[in-house]
Design a protein around this ligand. Sequence first.
Ligand SMILES: CC(=O)SCCNC(=O)CCNC(=O)[C@H](O)C(C)(C)COP(=O)(O)OP(=O)(O)OC[C@H]1O[C@@H](n2cnc3c(N)ncnc32)[C@H](O)[C@@H]1OP(=O)(O)O
Ligand SMILES: O=CC(=O)O
Ligand SMILES: [Mg+2]
Length: 562
Amino acid sequence: MELETSVYRPNVAVYDAPDGVEVRGRYDQIFAKILTREALGFVAQLQREFRGHVRYAMECRREARRRYNSGGVPGFDPSTKFIRDGDWVCAPVPLAVADRRVEITGPVERKMIINALNSGAKVFMADFEDALSPSWENLMRGHVNLKDAVDGSITFHDKSRKRVYKLNDQTAKLFVRPRGWHLPEAHILIDGEPATGCLVDFGLYFFHNYAKFRQTQGSGFGPFFYLPKMEHSREAKIWNSVFERAEKMAGIERGSIRATVLIETLPAVFQMNEILYELRDHSVGLNCGRWDYIFSYVKTFQAHPDRLLPDRVLVGMGQHFMRSYSDLLIRTCHKRGVHAMGGMAAQIPIRDDPKANEMALDLVRKDKLREVRAGHDGTWAAHPGLIPICMEAFTGHMGKNPNQIKSMKREDASAITEEDLLQIPRGVRTLEGLRLNTRVGIQYLAAWLTGSGSVPLYNLMEDAATAEISRVQNWQWIRYGVELDGDGLGVRVSKELFGRVVEEEMERIEKEVGKEKFKKRMYKEACKMFTKQCTAPELDDFLTLAVYNHIVAHHPINVSRL
Ligand SMILES: CC(=O)SCCNC(=O)CCNC(=O)[C@H](O)C(C)(C)COP(=O)(O)OP(=O)(O)OC[C@H]1O[C@@H](n2cnc3c(N)ncnc32)[C@H](O)[C@@H]1OP(=O)(O)O
Ligand SMILES: O=CC(=O)O
Ligand SMILES: [Mg+2]
């Protein structure tokens, strides 16, 4: 089916919502096929059953933050040692997803979904999170797109290129990543309050697709999910209960739904066993979400000026704390019988410069070789052009084995200590680092405000996670008047210096994108918001949460501030 959402007109029709549910997003006949009374009823049921648990989990996050801000550091929890030491394993990996050597990721856009499913990757992770700006239009179109993808009818007509996109016979297996627990969905009110974003994402997708998915994609299992940004196993426990509730509603066996949890916060690295334990009947492994992990390191240590990161470009997987995190994830997953997935190299193909392109591809190749040699069972690619390189690295090492869960020599997880995981990364801080954070942060935010959640900037993939690193690093450097020790000038970061950098980088952005685009897009607004975020007295938890109101568009009363 070709997706044609109608052009804007004042609301005349409304969604058929059950009691206590109010849809404040724009009405569209196509969206109404997703927002049925029954599907909304299911979302409301999840919200009512789990909102108290989510609220408590978020309060626990705040409590942990208060501890870290008073000098505490995260570590292994003595009270759950029995889980770490126990001999339990997760439920066997379903055959349909045994081989995940290369997974492509991307936002839930129509053409992207078709391209990703046809890309030759084993898995496609369709993203409502880091790669998507969660506007009403993006979210609802995303659900329509996924439904069409699961039932196989999805097409896309690129009129300017006279090209019709449709699915190949062989496609990647679909995983869906809902938003993190912290994000609300302001367009759907349940009992007068915004719904929890991820319960909307999960609930609508599950409701419409579970039956077809199990038939055509999961060989009786599924649907499959990626779960982002958790900080503690109590959050995994909520997901496990959500899955059980969904399975019960659908009348399918317990353990049908499977999920890979991203370990992408510093507190969660000490909770990997506990997270797998909570989800042991629903787990298909863990993934190294390296970009959010770096963001989380800075955020967790926001009040620890003795633990500053060097320039963002220097915080790679070669740093001891990053290598330890990846090694611990591999050892933990293999002990529990599930996949240890690698992460995303930020490089993307560079079309107009063959030499630079070769260098970028070489960096990706090295990253993937490091991952497979360390024991990862698969990895992520941001772009279809990277799939052959990722495949070559993993297949060259694993051959026909679908994964390394059993074949990899098992190293002792307990040999990796808290000190290893928290070791301060080495490297210098420079004015260029501050400039790049600023230039990238503003441009990313401008894109996000206008509907794009992942963008190419300076030949790298940028999304919410990478932009967060830029924001929190700037904040921390300004807050502590950090010396830029890599420039040899002894300059300290101050609000005044940052103000000058912002001005100069805005001029540079205008030159790079051109006056026309600079005027039309939201660069000035993004600059204001990014600057405010970097200089705020208190660090906001999430950039996308702090600026979310700017993409909320309530109907029929349009209160969008855009
Ligand atoms: C930290 C994390 O969370 S990582 C995971 C979240 N991030 C992501 O998923 C990022 C995914 N990648 C992307 O969004 C894109 O690749 C970008 C924004 C980085 C680059 O996009 P573009 O500049 O449009 O790429 P480019 O112009 O080279 O695209 C060429 C073709 O590949 C397709 N393509 C590019 N990336 C993808 C992808 N990830 N999935 C499917 N198709 C893709 C494009 O649709 C285009 O198709 P076409 O030739 O049929 O028109
Ligand atoms: O979600 C992935 C990450 O690196 O962040
Ligand atoms: Mg992430």
